[in-house]
Design a protein around this ligand. Structure first.
Ligand code: NAD
Length: 419
């Protein structure tokens, strides 16, 4: 345990777990059992570069907890990824899957690599080699990886093909987020944004008098941000501000999401949207609005800008956009925060639909899949809202969401004799 306490994200996650443990009355032995991953696999991945030279990378798969089912979580390719980060992210997946009542434990994988510096052939070799080294620990009832940062349906196709070659098992349910032809589902592409928009609508109904006409600002206009914007405007919300890494734009009359997408396609950044006031990301986050959706990167709302946030409701599209310090300030201001483990869980719910469909040999339509995601997200929101009101009204929704998730894992572990 000692050596694990070096990563910020891991330390933060353990701290949060201990806070929730206090609330649930869990003893220290239980908390220790919940923090430790069940297994962490580290592999040395060697490939021949296109120049003929040997290249060595390090990769991991962390299997945090399987009390509720097979491990589930993405694989990221990033030059900064560390073993501790992968462990922390696998722990977050345990809580996210539990909160959404999915039949999964938590897992996460990573390779320390800058994919931009590799050719497509080198990326393929790297991906296949990773699966050669960890395939013994994967399976549709064991551990089911999915895309994450810098991995995509093509990566999953390489993973799947290599897995089939090695095991001889033609099991498409071992990976999710696959291309359509390999059992992927169309909605996976936009399922996180659909989930964020659904949660924003439910939260708006409960806390700010409804989504219709509410003024929304979204930071980040990538996969999560742009689809969230699209679905929210279809629900009748007014998107008054958007941004990406190049900066943002505010327009009180509303931003046309399709036009903004076209601007990004054409010019590379939403900052070039022609109508409205250009703002920096810092200005965008503290601009007046009803709902603020940080959907870009972590730690963007911190103790310095938190006191200036004017939104009534914050819905966390990104993972970890609020620091722990910001959480305290925001709570004092009376702003409601819908935590990431609920708000952005639409992605893993979409993966669940794909997995269940592959497992059953079913052919699900996009409309059915979409309905399943909306229903799951709505039910999870209502469960959290009721539990918060009934039992822990003095706590913030983040703590209560984690309490619900941890409690379910603890019950499963006790029932199985693991605690
Ligand atoms: P993406 O790469 O598609 O888009 C990221 C967007 O954020 C881009 O518009 C980029 O320009 C912008 N951005 C990057 N750095 C920024 C900065 N410093 N300031 C302002 N904007 C910045 O990524 P994504 O898939 O949309 O993921 C966004 C967040 O949502 C991440 O935290 C990710 O972990 C989380 N998330 C994604 C999914 C998913 O299914 N894609 C699921 C759950 C959580």
């Amino acid at each position: 345990m000692e050596e694990l306490l070096t990563s910020n994200l891991f330390v933060q996650q353990v701290k949060k777990l201990y806070k929730v443990g206090e609330l649930l009355g869990l003893d220290i032995d239980t908390l220790e059992a919940l923090s430790q991953p069940e297994r962490v696999i580290q592999v040395k991945i060697q490939i021949r570069g296109s120049d003929g030279k040997l290249r060595t990378f390090v990769g991991w798969r962390s299997q945090h907890n399987s009390a509720l089912g097979p491990y589930k979580g993405g694989v990221r390719y990033s030059p900064n990824v560390t073993q501790e980060e992968v462990i922390a992210l696998s722990m977050i997946m345990t809580w996210k899957n539990s909160l959404l009542l999915l039949p999964y434990g938590g897992g996460k994988g990573g390779i320390r690599v800058d994919p931009k510096k590799l050719t497509l052939k080198e990326l393929e070799d790297l991906s296949r080699k990773y699966i050669q080294l960890i395939h013994n620990y994967l399976g549709s009832n064991v551990d089911i990886p999915a895309p994450d940062i810098n991995t995509n349906p093509q990566t999953m196709a390489w993973f799947l093909d290599e897995y089939i070659k090695i095991t001889g098992e033609v099991d498409f349910a071992v990976f999710t987020g696959k291309p359509y032809e390999l059992g992927g589902i169309g909605v996976r592409l936009y399922s996180t944004g659909l989930g964020v928009a659904t949660i924003a609508r439910e939260a708006a109904n409960k806390f700010i008098g409804g989504i219709e006409g509410s003024r929304v600002i979204i930071q980040g206009f990538g996969n999560v941000g742009s689809f969230t914007a699209k679905f929210l405007s279809e629900m009748g919300a007014k998107i008054i501000g958007v941004s990406d890494i190049g900066g943002g734009v505010i327009n009180e009359n509303g931003i046309d999401v399709n036009k903004a997408l076209e601007v990004v396609q054409r010019t590379g950044s939403v900052v070039n949207y022609p109508e409205g006031k250009k703002v920096t990301n810092e200005e965008l986050l503290i601009s007046d609005c009803d709902i603020l959706i940080p959907a870009a990167v972590e730690n963007v709302i911190n103790k310095f800008n938190a006191p200036k946030v004017k939104a009534k409701l914050i819905v966390e599209g990104a993972n970890g956009p609020l620091t722990a310090d910001a959480d305290d300030v925001i709570k004092q201001s009376g702003i409601v925060v819908i935590p990431d483990i609920l708000a952005n869980a639409g992605g893993v719910v979409g993966s669940y639909v794909e997995w269940a469909n592959n497992k059953s040999g079913g052919i699900i339509s996009d409309e059915e899949a979409k309905k399943l995601i909306i229903d799951r997200m709505t039910n999870a929101f209502n469960t959290l809202y009721d539990f918060h009101k009934r039992k822990f009204a003095d706590q913030d929704l983040r703590t209560v969401a984690m309490a619900l998730a941890v409690d379910r894992v603890v019950k499963a572990m006790k029932a199985r004799g693991l605690l």
